[in-house]
Design a binder for this molecule. Structure first.
Ligand SMILES: Nc1nc2c(c(=O)[nH]1)N[C@H]1C(S)=C(S)[C@@H](COP(=O)(O)OP(=O)(O)OC[C@H]3O[C@@H](n4cnc5c(=O)[nH]c(N)nc54)[C@H](O)[C@@H]3O)O[C@H]1N2
Ligand SMILES: Nc1nc2c(c(=O)[nH]1)N[C@H]1C(S)=C(S)[C@@H](COP(=O)(O)OP(=O)(O)OC[C@H]3O[C@@H](n4cnc5c(=O)[nH]c(N)nc54)[C@H](O)[C@@H]3O)O[C@H]1N2
Ligand SMILES: [Mo]
Length: 765
């Protein structure tokens, strides 16, 4: 594969004809062209299904084609005509399947029957659902509840997620990590401190009213392409877009709308970013401090000569706290430090600050480029500081916009999937169901991995996802994973987490959200929450991949009834809930009346209904009742890692245009012009020359963290690329063996996947 890997510039805009071609190719490959074509018309529509891809907002008046290239791929991938049934496993042992790539495993097709791993033959063997639940229940009853982890990947509906957290708590633990722990947890920790909400404040209307957009470390063209419509509209109004990203990402440069015949035929494209700042990976706190320093300096000057204030003094006085400490740090930090840490020139930062100061309504959008750092929480606080300086939170057209990942990852947290007892409605659950929920802190992703490594975690239940590939330190984790007493994976497609078995190992296949879900009470629908806090109904439209599949609520109910003591199980009407999901929603509305009152009726409102976001109207639910400026503690990116020496590079892991997390659709990364293989590193030419390496060389990458663990990924090919000096980019999940478990964000514990200290050496194998 590496032989054919090559890079060539992608001279086209994001979207455009390339998008149309990609969509038709994947529909064809998955054998779903005809069926798929019709189905797409229901994607992200009121009374249709919510896309299983990203969590970007769904408008009240959708386009006829309210989907994007990425969403169409995700749909095609789920409704593929390929199947993995019992005969597949009769042909392949798990030992053999462990030699398959992520792409090969998932490409085998949809899982169709419940299976148990048979250690004798090393194969999965079909079992009846009831048999599976019986044995899993027996196993779980024999374990201490705190040694079990209930992971959720972020796709399961609000209904399933609510049942899942309730089942875990009835069982006796708060061990409810979800993918948010690897993702936007830095947001969920930072924003409650600064503005008193764990989520963003903007909605789609704000994009129509804004007059400046800032982008930090979010790759919109690949990861939330439907947002390109809002960006394109804003750009057509002349709104400046300032981007901070170490890579010049195609989707942030320009866009041709594949849904606009005029643009497609004329080849017209919209320039997206008006200023592009190639910040060093991990340099955002410094860059933002530079912007703030420039604004404060202008404001000081204005005050001195009686000019118009640059800071929003009225807002600051009426609503905020902490400006003096923050401003002191901004004033005292020298431009030399800011330039060195951010990799950006003072003049470029001052230019961006001038644009920002010239706008009255500013939105700041951000993603993993900020959250997945040692100082990921601080990065988010810095964005909030920048916005607060000019009152850009809590007014129309302005606000903070974290772009969430999985299509219901935000919603899972909303309905109680959290390891943090203080965030869960425990008193209400106690009252509603008549039991004493556990009050101890549960395990998050990092502490769950620690538990697997030290043997204190003995069982892992996965509600979707591919934990083994998504989490840090792949090799160590994989060894620990095989020592689990019980491993139960609820999934749609085969992945690595399924083929490294624990002693007792089950694979339970489920319906996807696109599929019609028939229960005793008729066809069921579910709801999800998007990135902007709106809840939407979603009704499956495709025939199920197999008649043997169970829905996620049915599986969770089956597990709950089997693993709970009978008197505990009897506290919840599991069968009634599965017969009619409307009853689960009624229960959710009782638990969270402020968010979900009248849930069943409101979920079909066009555009969805929004949960309360107090900060969006300047009500600050912080301990001091004000919006808080928080001064940065350091501008160093990774003080926990080896001292920076000239041969140490900072590796940041990225997603390609052809993947959804660990799901790899093909080996190309079209927008970045990298074709035919993912085992590559995008490297700066000068760094390569300095290190005596050249484009095309195969290298071994060694972790340099000094914790006694050797971490190496062998045989990656160097591709010359426009990356800031000292930084190097590689693909997730291929590079995860290099990510040390303890290299995570302070406070949020999000693995710091965007800055891993590594050394390169000529390949030995
Ligand atoms: N098609 C598709 N859509 C997806 C996903 C997918 O894999 N495929 N994944 C979903 C999920 S779960 C998530 S969380 C989101 C992820 O979507 P994003 O938040 O966009 O995450 P990434 O693609 O990991 O990286 C984002 C960008 O950060 C930049 N970056 C890296 N380091 C830094 C840094 O230090 N500073 C700055 N300013 N930028 C940096 C990278 O160059 C990249 O452009 O997308 C969701 N949507
Ligand atoms: N190095 C590095 N590591 C990272 C990241 C990074 O940027 N760099 N990003 C992190 C982030 S942001 C995230 S969110 C995590 C993602 O981590 P996960 O959410 O754990 O991983 P996914 O790849 O999204 O999971 C894919 C699997 O989900 C299953 N699946 C798909 N649809 C359904 C469904 O409807 N129901 C069920 N039950 N199962 C389904 C399929 O079996 C599929 O194989 O990875 C994290 N890891
Ligand atoms: Mo994510």
């Amino acid at each position: 594969m590496t032989e054919n890997t090559h890079a060539e510039p992608y001279p086209h805009p994001a979207g455009g004809w390339g998008s149309v071609k990609e969509v038709s190719t994947i529909l064809l490959e998955q054998g779903v062209l005809f069926k798929g074509g019709n189905l797409m018309l229901h994607q992200n529509k009121t009374d249709g299904f919510a896309c299983v891809g990203c969590a970007w907002a769904k408008p009240a008046n959708p386009h006829p084609f309210e989907f994007c290239e990425s969403g169409a791929k995700a749909t095609a991938w789920e409704i593929t005509s390929k199947r993995v049934a019992a005969d597949f496993f009769a042909r392949h042992t798990l030992t053999e399947l462990r030699t398959w790539s992520d792409l090969q495993l998932e490409s085998a097709g949809r899982l169709t029957v419940p299976m148990r791993w048979d250690p004798e033959s090393d194969r999965y063997v079909e079992v009846a659902w009831e048999t599976a639940f019986d044995e899993i229940g027996r196993e779980l009853k024999a374990l201490a509840p705190t040694s079990t982890v209930f992971y959720a990947s972020g796709r399961a509906s609000l209904e399933t997620s609510y049942m899942y957290q309730l089942a875990a708590r009835l069982y006796g633990c708060n061990n409810l990590p979800d993918s948010s722990n690897m993702c936007h947890e830095s947001t969920s920790v930072a924003l409650p401190r600064t503005i008193g909400v764990p989520i963003g404040t903007v909605n789609l209307d704000d994009f129509e009213q804004t007059d400046c957009i800032l982008f930090f470390g979010q790759n919109v063209g690949t990861n939330s392409p439907r947002m390109l419509h809002q960006l394109q509209a804003a750009r057509k109004r002349g709104v400046p877009v300032i981007t901070f990203n170490p890579l010049r990402e195609t989707g942030l440069l320009s866009f041709a709308n594949p849904q606009s015949p005029v643009e497609m035929l004329s080849g017209a494209e919209t320039q997206i970013s008006t200023q592009y700042l190639q910040v060093r990976a991990g340099g955002d706190s410094a860059a933002i401090l530079g912007l703030c320093k420039a604004l404060i300096a202008r404001d000081d000057a204005a005050q001195a000569d009686g000019g118009q204030r640059v800071l929003d003094a009225d807002f600051i006085a009426a609503h905020t706290a902490g400006l003096d400490d923050f401003a002191a740090v901004a004033r005292s930090t020298g431009w030399d430090t800011i330039e060195r840490q951010s990799g950006l020139a003072r003049a470029a930062l001052e230019e961006a600050a001038a644009t920002y100061a010239g706008a009255q309504r500013v939105i700041a959008v951000y993603g993993m480029g900020l959250t997945q750092h040692r100082y990921g929480v601080q990065n988010v606080e810095m964005v909030s500081n920048l916005l607060l300086l000019r009152g850009n939170i809590g007014k129309p057209g302005a606000g903070i916009c974290p772009v969430r990942g999985h299509s219901n990852v935000q919603g899972q947290r909303t309905v109680g999937i959290t390891e943090k007892p203080k965030l869960a409605p425990l008193d209400q659950l106690e009252k509603q169901y008549g039991f004493a929920p556990p009050r101890e802190e549960g395990l998050n992703t990092v502490t769950a991995c620690r538990g697997m490594l030290d043997g204190s975690v003995q069982a892992f239940i996965g509600l979707g996802g591919n934990f083994l590939r998504a989490a840090p330190d792949t090799e160590r984790l994989e060894a620990a994973w095989s020592q689990l007493r019980l491993n139960v994976q609820i999934a749609t497609k085969l992945n690595r987490s399924h083929v490294v078995p624990g002693a007792v190992n089950y694979l339970l296949p489920c319906l996807g959200r696109i599929e019609i879900d028939r229960q005793a009470g008729g066809e069921q629908s579910v709801a999800v929450e998007d990135s902007t806090g709106y809840m939407h109904g979603s009704r499956g439209r495709a025939e199920p991949a197999a008649a043997t599949l169970w829905s996620e609520p049915a599986i969770v109910a089956g597990l709950a009834q089997a693993m709970l003591a009978p008197e505990r199980a009897a506290l919840v009407p599991w069968a009634d809930w599965v017969a009619d999901y409307g009853r689960i929603r009624d229960a959710i509305a009782v638990t969270f009346p402020e968010i979900f009152a009248d849930f069943n009726a409101r979920m079909w409102q066009p555009g969805g209904f929004r949960r309360p976001v107090p900060a969006a109207h300047r009500e600050w639910k912080t301990p001091n009742g004000r919006a808080n400026f928080i001064a940065p503690v350091t501008l160093e990116e990774d003080p926990d890692q080896a001292p920076v020496s000239a041969d140490v590079l900072r590796l940041f892991t990225i997603r390609s245009d052809s993947q959804f997390n660990t799901t790899v659709y093909n080996d190309d990364d079209r927008f970045r012009g990298v074709y035919g293989g993912r085992r590559v590193l995008l490297a700066n030419q000068q760094d390569m020359a300095r290190l005596g390496l050249a484009e095309g060389d195969l290298v071994d990458v060694h972790g340099v963290t000094d914790d006694g663990v050797r971490r190496t990924v062998h045989g990656l090919k160097l591709v010359g690329y426009d990356v800031p000096p000292g930084c190097i980019a590689g693909y997730y999940p291929e590079c995860n063996p290099l990510l040390p478990l303890e290299h995570h964000a302070l406070d949020s514990m999000v693995p710091a996947a965007k800055s891993i200290a590594v050394r390169l050496a000529a390949a030995t194998t």
